[in-house]
Structure formats: C-alpha cells, structure tokens
Design a binder for this molecule. Structure first.
Ligand code: PLP
Length: 341
C-alpha cells in the first residue's frame, strides 16, 4: 500500500496503541473519566510535567485549542496569533465561535510571531472600543514546519506575563518539535512559561483524542464545565486515555517523531535533485514545502493526493509520518521524478 504524503493525519494507529485500545475494550469501566485508564493517564502527564498541573482529555485538536482558549479569556478579549495559525485558518472559526473573542492575526514568513508584533496591539489595552489582547497563541512546531527556539518562546511568555496576558501553545506536533530540538515536553512548554498547552498526539501514532494541560492552574477552574458544554467530553473516555501508556512507554512518542522528522530530511534531500521542483522552506520537522509547475499539480494529486498550500504560487506541502520507512520516500520521489520529466 502506497503511503500518503498529504498529512500525518492520514497515517494509522501505532500497533502498540491499537493493542491498548483492544485491551481497554475487555471490561466495563465507569464512564466520563472516572476510570482506571484516565487516572493512569493523568498520572503519566504528572510524571512528564510535574504534579502541579491539571490535565483534561478532549476529542480532537480543534477541541483542545477552542476549549483551552475559552478557559483563558472573555469574549471582549483577543488572541494574538500568526495569520497562518491553525486556529485562524483551519478550524472553521471554532475558537471565535466558542470564545466569542477576536483573533488578531499578524503576517509571518515562517509561521512565527514575534514580541514586536504582539506589542503593536498593546495600545488597545484599556480602551473600551477595542478587544483587549489577553492571549498569545503559538504553534510548536508551526503550520509552516518551522520551530520557535526556546529563547523565542520564553520571550513571548515573559512579554505576555509582563502585560497581564497568557501564552497558549498549540502542540498538535509538539512531539516532532521536541524530537527535532532534543528536549522534552516540559522543557518545551512549562519551563518556558507556557500557561496552557494543547498536547497533540494523534499525528504521531495515536488514533484520536488530545490533552489540554494547564500549567497555570487558576485557568483550569471552569474547564470541566467548558469541556462538557463544548461537547468535548467523551463518555467512554478510556478509549482516549488508554493510549497514553504505550505512547509514553519506552519513548514511543520520541521514536515515532524522530522517524517522521528523519524521513522528511531524506525527502528534502531527494527532492532537491528534481529540477522542476523548487523547495521553498527549511524543513525543521516532518513537512517539506515546495513549488511545483502549476499545470502539473492537479494531475499529480489525482495519483498521489497532497495539499496545495498556496494556489497562487503553486506551493504544496508534503508530510512524512511515524509509520513510513525509507522505501516509502524513495518510491514517492521516483513517482515525482517520473511525472515531472
Ligand atoms: C497545528 C495544528 N493544530 C491543531 C490541529 C487540529 O487538529 P484536529 O484536526 O484534530 O482538530 C491541527 C490539525 O491538522 C494542526 O495541524
């Protein structure tokens, strides 16, 4: 079976995680999180991040972002984020719908927001005619396959806190970021001053479900009600939470993310040899962006589907996944070579 380079969302479930789901199916358990697996998962998150956190499990990444942000601000406040942020482009307004808050987006080349850009909104503060900036939201890794350095994250967190704001991290691909930077989840988030983390793992071997991790516990006060009201509380929650034991055990998360990142590097290298294709960005995690001849894109997509990132320029995105191997890369590259010559 040919692998899909459209998204790491297209990959299946890691067999060890599938085994855990099957095991959790053997018995009946109390619903809505009062079960063995959910308690075990909470313990695992406390091992990773320290015991002074609150963690809640939700259905998907959009749900994690929208509910996390709902807990962080009022409807008359605003979230400052890059214009390429998933919350701004790919969540059908879920965040605006749930929070009622305004998104203040800024243009970026590489999907990363700077303190200077956030600062440009600070004159709104205290003026009743403007939505009040309350949260900075960043994605790590970003939607453009790039990474914030630890210093950049800390600078944003410090700025937020100096101005009575909070820092939210969309960690849909935090595992790929940690693997690329050689640091752990805690070093990437809590230790740098992130207040709330949307902790993703579906793109890295789990089947479904994400976690919202509160490092600023005061923000978690109403979260159980927000989650329920937002339809993000799964009755059979154990099917989400049973997946975390294998995910964390023996660093499965790290092995998965390292494999996807390594193969993206290989893909980058091999694609550089195709003259009709021009790589457009650094590949820091598991995505490779490039320009294809516009008249070829539709045809290529009909054979091996992938997403167009920018219709105007013909920029497309290829993604590698935890379950690919070198041969999958070579096969895809030879397909592109053949079609583009
Ligand atoms: C950066 C980022 N955040 C959040 C999400 C949302 O995840 P979901 O599709 O599970 O709602 C995605 C999904 O692709 C993503 O890429």
């Amino acid at each position: 079976m040919k692998k899909s380079f459209a998204s790491d969302n297209n990959a299946g479930i890691h067999p060890l995680i599938m085994d855990a789901i099957i095991k959790a199916n053997e018995d009946d358990y109390i619903s809505y999180g009062d079960d063995f697996y959910t308690q075990e998962a909470e313990g695992l998150f406390k091992k990773v991040f320290g015991s002074d956190i609150d963690v809640f499990f939700v259905l998907n990444g959009t749900g994690a972002n929208a509910t996390a942000l709902k807990a962080m601000l009022h409807s008359f406040e605003a979230i400052v984020c890059p214009e390429t942020a998933h919350i701004a482009v790919d969540e059908c307004g879920a965040v605006e719908n749930l929070t009622g808050a305004k998104l203040l987006t800024v243009p970026t080349q590489q999907g990363k927001i700077t303190v200077e850009q956030v600062n440009s909104f600070m004159h709104f503060t205290g003026d009743q005619h403007h939505s009040q900036p309350r949260v900075i939201s960043i994605s790590q890794s970003t939607e453009m396959g790039t990474l914030y350095t630890q210093a950049e994250i800390k600078e944003l967190a410090d700025f937020a806190h100096q101005h009575g704001m909070y820092l939210h991290m969309d960690g849909a691909r935090i595992a790929n970021a940690c693997a690329a930077m050689g640091i752990g989840f805690k070093e990437m988030s809590k230790d740098l001053g992130v207040d709330v983390l949307s902790f993703g793992s579906t793109k890295n071997g789990m089947g479904f479900g994400e976690a919202v991790v509160f490092f600023n516990k005061s923000l978690a006060k109403y979260f159980p009600f927000i989650r329920k009201q937002s339809m993000q509380l799964l009755s059979k929650l154990r099917y989400i939470t049973c997946q975390y034991k294998p995910y964390f055990q023996d660093d499965l998360w790290l092995k998965n993310a390292m494999n996807a990142n390594r193969l993206a590097n290989l893909l980058y290298e091999k694609l550089s040899d195709i003259p009709k294709l021009k790589i457009t960005r650094k590949s820091e995690v598991n995505a490779v962006f490039c320009l294809l001849p516009k008249d070829k894109i539709e045809h290529l997509q009909s054979k091996r589907f992938f997403y167009t990132w920018d219709d105007a320029s013909g920029e497309v995105r290829f993604m590698t996944s935890f379950n690919m191997c070198e041969n999958d890369i070579l096969d895809f590259v030879s397909f592109l070579k053949e079609e583009l010559t």
